[in-house]
Design a protein around this ligand. Structure first.
Ligand code: IMP
Ligand code: MG
Length: 180
């Protein structure tokens, strides 16, 4: 797996440190509203991130997963995002935090946010681990973002290429010759 990576972009310890900071930002922002928070990780990309993030949050909360499939060719963004499995929890009147791996063009999170907003939560915020600056339109912005990264295709720590590399513990840039 390591041989397929051109370089490490964010090493393991830097990810862990930033995830802890994000948890502090989230806890400070919600304050007393944190009780009863529902985190909605968008599968599969946010799998590793949400597992680490939620264990840094010191209050009671729920998880409700959502699965989105984005029809994108290989590494290029821009596919149509479609919900393939809906929420299993009632979020009406609750504070909801959407968690995703990366904010790129914003298509995925726009679909997710529209769907969840229709379920009438008390509030709806977005947390992403990575953000590619300047690409997402102003109507889809992250309230919490771990790292702003260059516009390269990255894998690891949950992020995939063709559904692989999610288990790589660092965030790395895939060797361009492997893209199809
Ligand atoms: P968006 O809909 O263009 O914002 O893209 C969001 C989704 O595309 C993410 O949830 C990822 O699954 C995928 N994605 C975008 N950029 C990357 C990348 O650099 N590496 C891996 N997946 C990516
Ligand atoms: Mg993906």
């Amino acid at each position: 797996m390591q041989a397929d990576l051109e370089r490490v972009l964010i090493p393991r310890d830097a990810i862990a440190r930033r995830v802890r900071e994000l948890a502090e930002e989230i806890a400070a922002t919600y304050g007393t509203d944190a009780a009863g928070l529902v985190m909605v990780p968008v599968l599969s990309g946010s799998l590793i991130f949400v597992a680490d993030l939620m264990r840094c949050l010191p209050f009671k909360m729920r998880i409700a997963v959502l699965t989105v499939s984005s029809y994108r060719g290989a590494t290029t963004s821009g596919g149509e995002a479609r919900l393939v499995a809906d929420l299993n929890t009632d979020i009406a009147g609750r504070h909801v935090l959407i968690v995703d791996d990366i904010l790129d063009t914003g298509r995925t999170l726009r679909v997710v946010r529209q769907r969840l907003a229709a379920l009438k939560p008390a509030s709806l915020r977005i947390c992403v681990l990575l953000r590619k600056p300047g690409k997402a339109p102003s109507d889809v912005q992250a309230d919490f973002a771990g790292f702003d990264i260059e516009d390269a295709f990255v894998v690891g720590y949950g992020l995939d290429y063709n559904d692989q590399y999610r288990n790589w513990p660092e965030i790395g840039v895939l060797r361009p010759e492997l893209y199809q």
